[in-house]
Ligand binder design. Sequence first.
Ligand SMILES: [Zn+2]
Length: 186
Amino acid sequence: MLGILWVETQDGTLSVAAAFAAHQEVVQDRDHKFLTEAVGEAYKGVDCGDGGPFGAVIVRNDEIVVSCHNMVLKHTDPTAHAEVTAIREACKKLNQIELADCEIYASCEPCPMCFGAIHLSRLKRLVYGAKAEAAIAIGFDDFIADALRGTAFYQKANMEIKKADGNGAVIAEQVFEKTKAKFHMY
Ligand SMILES: [Zn+2]
């Protein structure tokens, strides 16, 4: 939970507008930090040959619980996407089947399978970097875009979902351009 940050003006009174702006900035910085970690995982997974360029980080109380990447090749498992892998590992680590006190940061917009897992694990917040089109552009399945695009399923999920903007979105989308030479898409 994030507290409200009050900002004192020169005459000592509190400015609500300034406080709100400062609060938004704190949220942005925090989101950027964890999203950058997820993007780093995406590169890491490609570098070690574990799978596609996707990373996910699960955070509880401002601390990273697990930081994972796509393990499809390593585990010979088409379901070992970064988000599913992170949920499995976080649940095991915390010894609980619900992650209602956690947030997930995904380097890319989650596919329907991952969004289903995010919903079932009751994660309270999702922040993602790249839009699905960035992955689809280098050959990944266009079904990725089906999870968050106005499906009844998405609308029913009681969760804050945030698409990163600015530099967060840029670094997340660069993952695909920078790694595409390493993938033979079919
Ligand atoms: Zn997925």
